[in-house]
Structures are given as structure tokens and as C-alpha cells.
Design a binder for this molecule. Structure first.
Ligand SMILES: [Ca+2]
Ligand SMILES: [Ca+2]
Ligand SMILES: [Ca+2]
Length: 630
């Protein structure tokens, strides 16, 4: 009865039906209209003995279980427990006798799971399945093979071992379905230390080159075009496998030539990239007569791989590097600029006002960088106050302070008002001076007689916060006259500090009657060499240097002469001649009032002359030291 009705009811058109059994074993019978089939099977369940020749009646092509277990007794038992148990038991007894049913489909194919990137020495177990359309055929045996056993060892069970770098095809084929389309993947086995690709192909100094590969990390010595490359970052593809695939990013540093290769040197050997092209300018160029605008800085701008390009402007002068940055809230900021090749040709200044104008020309008709009246600058040897330089009556000329040129500059500024600031970096011969005719403090840059053509490495870091070598003293910020600290005379002030190289401490004091005042600076760092300048404040007309002190033989104590000072307003500036931070104590005393003698005036002139000569000697020594072979 059952066999006959089944033959009549079941359509012969192929179809499929997913049915989730109450026991979590999804069953899928393929090849018949299963809804009908199951209706029948349920009817049969109630009325028909388990033994049944249902298999003859349906055009099934296989039975599918997901997930596909091996053909085990357990799997079959599970299938028995479906509600249509009676029917299915009979069905499965035939269909699932551990050999997959006959292949009558041209839709069958093998799907080999994606093989992950491999490194020599890796092993894994391959997985694949036979698919009928999009569905997995249960119990279908798979045979795995490798096209090159010297590269990839693959056994029958699909265990794979990557034995050496190279390429091989892995094929998964169905054991029993002769018509099933085999699946092949080409697999590349990477070396444990391998450079894969590099990007971008065209870079500038200060840009970042990304190297992709295996075994790359930041501890490798790296060069680009022979120049030491500065590590930027390393990002592993898989954080749990840092020593495998990843991206190593390097700063492109000068003087990498126009056609360069990246070279990585590790314990495992040397890796060399393809050629990259290097534009011989840094990422902020051109920023000579118009500044590179860094915009509003929330936290920091950092680039250790910039270049001083040593190119000449139209007026024959060496180009400079000029940046502006903007802060939106008052706060502490530190500007740091450095160059290994700095020395006597290096100058870096921060100012709240800077213009370049061919309207402000030097005697040769070259343009100058000018700090406008009323503004300030801070940087070794460049300390205009209200735009003015200091008049040295002993010489009949204007200058600022005498300070040895640094090879790096750290300018830390506390409580900087919100606004836009300028950073000017000058590597050329020349320097700052005050032009009384134009009433501006200017920075002139002259042609570099050394005529070097290679770009010099330099770095820039503008960072929120006050980053000093020593703790700032209680009077910071006092780096320019606009924020000078008022002091009494006489007095003794302790626990002061030159907190970074070339920190300058400005103090303001007034005398209501003439006095013979002597200032003494005691440093805590014996090598430090601090100088004092006593300046008569005659703004807006002039700032006149009336006394000057520096350590004689031992630099530990600096003392002014005790020159008679007329009633009026004064500045006392403590500057760092050598660029050596130190704590200090500042003591002011009133000495017995005596009019200045010609000998005292001569003494001041001599001291200033001595300082100038020492400065020139140091400049020359630095220049000799920094112009050797590079
Ligand atoms: Ca530059
Ligand atoms: Ca200070
Ligand atoms: Ca200061």
C-alpha cells in the first residue's frame, strides 16, 4: 500500500527541503519535493512499518547533514530519532551506509576552504567539502594533494606542512564523485623574513614609507637610500602573531637620493626593496618666504625626518624653513627643532609675529624676515623686546644677546595665549639683528659659503605642555620682556632655573633714585655659563645695555660691576651663553654710591669685547667641527 501511494504522490521533479529536527540535526534530503515527502513520511510513520522501499520511489541524490559528520553509527542513530523515525530509519539504513550515494549530478563541486597566508614552517589541516549547488554533501570523501611536495607537503588527510618558501597548488578532489569539479588554490609560502611590497613609490623627506612583509619589526636597522630611516610604527596583521605578516612604517630621511632603495638589516639577513623615487624636498616645502601652515594643533606635530634643502632663493640667499601654528586656548607649548648638522649655522626662533618682505631689504637687496614693532621672539641670541634690539653704546650698534649657536633648540613657553605663532629655522650664515632705520628686528640669511648641496636632516616637534630639562622656576613664563617678572632691588631670589638650553629669564625693576647696583648669579651646575644684561628701558625709543656680567674664569659665579644706575625702569636678563641648563640664585645688592669712573666704563667695554671674542671663537670651533666630511 505504502509503496504504491508513494509512487503516485511524490513528484519526480528535483527539489530540496531543509528540516530542522527537534534534536538539532538538520536533515536535508535532496532530489525530491521534500515537503510532500515528509507529509508522506509522517503518514507512513503512523501507518507503515519501518521496512519500506522508499528509496526506490524517490529520485534522491544524497542525504545531507549539517554539520556534516563522518559516517558514523552515532550520526545514523541521531537520524533515527526524528519524528519521522520510522520512515527515515528505513531511508537512512540504505542511504547512509557509510558510502555516499551514487553520483548523478553535474552540479557537484568541491570547495576547498581558503588557505591562510603561510610562512615557512607553518602547518595546518586543510578542510574541504563536496557541494551540490550550495549545499554540502555529507560523508563525501576528499583527497588533498600538492603540486610541489618540496614546498608544500600535503597528506591524504589534508595535513599540510609548508617546508620552504615557494609556490605550489593545493588541490582538493572528491573521492567518490568522479564528476565533481576539483578545487585548487595556489599557495605562496613566504620566508620567515621577507619584504613583500612597498608604498608609495614616490616619497618626500619627512613622509612615511610603508613596507609590507614577514618578520619585519622596528628593531631592524633600516636605511632608505643609504640614509638611516627612522622607525615610525609597526602594525602586525594579527596582533597575536607580531613576528609574521605586518606593516613596517619608516620615515624617509635626508639625504636619501632621488632614486633609493629601502634596506632592512636583521639577524636573518638583508632585505632590499624595489626602487622608490624621492623628491628632494620635505613634506612642508615650499616654506621659505611663505610659511607652512600647520594649522590648529590640538596636541602635537612631530616630524623627525624633515630637510634643510640648501636651495637658494631668487635673491641668492639660502632658503629657511618657516612654520606657523595656532592654539585655540591658553596653555603651555614646547617647540623643539634639531639638526645633527646644526652648529654655527643653526638658528631657531619662535615669535608671535613674522613677515618676509622684499620691502625690508639688506644692503645687498636681499629680503629679510622681520618681527614687527611691539612683538617678541625667543631663541638663542634673538630676543627683541617690543620689536626693538638692544643698543650697545660702547659700540654704537644694536644687537640682542650673545649666545653660542645651538645645534638644537627647545623653546618652552608657559601660559602662551591662544593665537598664531611662527617658527623660523635658519641654517644659513647670518643671524638676527635690529635695523634702527626700519625699526624692526630682523633675521638675515646669507649665502652659505660651504656650498653644500646635500639636504641636511632636521626635525620638528611642537607639543602641548612645558617640556624642560629642569623644573621651570616660579617666574616662568618670563622669556621675553612682555612677561618679565617684576623684582625688588636689593633682594635675593633662590631656586631659579635656566630650565632648557637658552631659556632666558627676564626681570623688570625700577629705581626711584640713582644707585650703584650689583647683580650676582650663582649657578648650581658648574659647567653652566650664565650671563646678565642690565638694560635701561626707554621704550618706545630704545633699550640700552648699561651693564653686563659674565663669569670670569670659573663660570660658577656671574657678577655685574655695580655700575651706577640712574632712576628709571630697567630689565635684567639672565641668559644661557653655552646652552647648559642650571639652577641659580639671583642676588641684587646696593653698593656704596659712587659715580662711575672712566675705568669702570672701560671695564664694561672690555668685558663685552671679551664675550664677543669668545663667542666668535666658539662659532669658529663649531663651524670647523660641523663642516667635516659628511
Ligand atoms: Ca625644509
Ligand atoms: Ca627660568
Ligand atoms: Ca624663562
Amino acid at each position: 500500500m505504502a509503496g504504491g501511494s508513494l509512487m503516485r504522490v511524490l513528484p519526480r521533479s528535483p527539489g530540496k527541503f531543509d528540516w530542522q529536527s527537534p534534536y538539532g540535526l538538520p536533515l536535508f534530503l535532496y532530489g525530491v519535493a521534500l515537503s510532500t515527502y515528509l507529509q508522506y513520511s509522517q503518514r507512513l510513520d503512523r501507518s507503515t512499518p519501518a521496512s519500506h522501499r522508499v528509496v526506490d520511489a524517490v529520485e534522491f541524490r544524497g542525504i545531507v547533514q549539517r554539520p556534516s559528520p563522518r559516517c558514523t553509527r552515532r550520526g545514523i542513530r541521531g537520524s533515527h530519532r526524528v519524528r519521522t523515525a520510522a520512515f527515515l530509519a528505513a531511508f537512512l539504513a540504505v542511504a547512509a551506509a557509510c558510502e555516499v550515494p551514487t553520483n548523478r549530478s553535474s552540479q557537484l563541486s568541491v570547495q576547498l576552504d581558503s588557505i591562510p597566508p603561510l610562512v615557512s614552517g607553518d602547518s595546518l589541516v586543510l578542510s574541504a567539502r563536496v557541494l551540490a549547488d550550495a549545499d554540502t554533501v555529507a560523508n563525501a570523501g576528499i583527497q588533498f594533494s600538492s603540486s610541489d611536495e618540496t614546498v608544500l607537503l600535503v597528506n591524504e588527510d589534508g595535513k599540510l606542512f609548508a617546508s620552504k618558501p615557494g609556490e605550489a597548488d593545493v588541490t582538493a578532489a572528491a573521492l567518490t564523485f568522479a564528476d565533481a569539479q576539483a578545487d585548487t588554490q595556489t599557495v605562496r609560502v613566504r620566508d620567515v623574513y621577507e619584504l613583500d611590497s612597498i608604498a608609495p613609490q614616490l616619497v618626500r623627506f619627512g613622509s612615511i614609507l610603508d613596507l609590507f612583509g614577514v618578520g619585519l619589526n622596528q628593531s631592524l636597522a633600516a636605511t632608505i637610500g643609504g640614509a638611516d630611516a627612522i622607525p615610525h610604527s609597526y602594525v602586525p596583521q594579527d596582533p597575536r602573531q607580531r613576528d609574521r605578516f605586518g606593516r613596517l612604517s619608516l620615515w624617509v630621511t635626508p639625504p636619501a637620493p632621488a632614486v633609493s632603495q629601502a634596506v632592512l638589516l636583521g639577524f636573518e639577513g638583508i632585505l632590499i626593496s624595489d626602487t622608490i623615487l624621492v623628491t628632494q624636498r620635505d613634506v612642508y616645502e615650499p616654506n621659505d618666504t611663505t610659511p607652512a601652515q600647520l594649522g590648529t594643533i590640538a596636541d602635537s606635530v612631530f616630524n623627525p625626518a624633515l630637510a634643510f634643502e640648501r636651495v637658494r632663493r631668487g635673491d641668492g640667499r639660502l632658503a629657511v624653513d618657516w612654520y606657523t601654528f595656532t592654539t585655540t586656548t591658553p596653555g603651555d607649548w614646547t617647540v623643539s627643532v634639531w639638526s645633527p648638522a646644526g652648529g654655527s649655522r643653526f638658528g631657531a626662533y619662535v615669535t608671535n609675529s613674522l613677515i618676509w618682505s622684499s620691502a625690508v631689504l639688506d644692503s645687498d637687496g636681499a629680503g629679510l624676515y622681520a618681527v614687527a614693532p611691539g612683538n617678541w621672539a625667543s631663541g638663542a641670541g634673538f630676543r627683541p623686546c617690543d620689536g626693538l634690539g638692544f643698543f650697545y653704546p660702547q659700540y654704537g650698534e644694536y644687537a640682542f644677546t650673545f649666545e653660542v649657536p645651538p645645534d638644537s633648540a627647545v623653546i618652552a613657553l608657559k601660559d602662551l595665549p591662544a593665537g598664531t605663532y611662527h617658527v623660523l629655522v635658519n641654517y644659513g650664515e647670518g643671524g638676527p639683528f635690529y635695523d634702527p632705520g626700519a625699526n624692526v628686528s630682523v633675521i638675515a640669511v646669507f649665502v652659505d659659503s660651504l656650498n653644500l648641496v646635500v639636504p641636511l636632516p632636521t626635525g620638528l616637534w611642537i607639543k602641548q605642555g612645558y617640556r624642560s630639562y629642569l623644573d621651570p622656576d616660579r617666574f616662568e613664563e618670563n622669556d621675553h620682556c612682555g612677561v618679565a617678572q617684576s623684582i625688588s632691588v636689593p633682594d635675593t631670589l633662590e631656586q631659579l632655573s635656566i630650565d632648557t638650553p637658552h631659556d632666558a629669564d627676564w626681570y623688570a625693576f625700577s629705581l626711584s633714585s640713582g644707585a650703584n647696583v650689583q647683580f650676582t648669579v650663582d649657578v648650581s651646575e658648574n659647567l653652566a655659563d650664565l650671563d646678565t644684561y642690565v638694560i635701561r628701558d626707554r621704550r618706545p625709543d630704545s633699550l640700552v645695555v648699561v651693564d653686563f656680567g659674565f663669569g670670569a674664569d670659573a663660570a660658577a659665579v656671574t657678577q655685574t660691576e655695580g655700575v651706577f644706575l640712574d632712576p628709571g625702569n630697567y630689565f635684567l636678563i639672565v641668559v644661557d651663553f653655552l646652552g647648559l641648563p642650571s639652577g641659580y640664585t639671583l642676588r641684587s645688592e646696593i653698593l656704596p654710591t659712587l659715580p662711575p669712573t672712566p675705568a669702570e666704563l672701560q671695564s664694561l667695554r672690555d668685558r663685552l669685547g671679551a664675550r664677543r671674542r669668545l663667542l666668535e671663537q666658539r662659532r669658529e670651533a663649531i663651524a670647523r667641527g660641523s663642516t667635516g666630511p659628511r
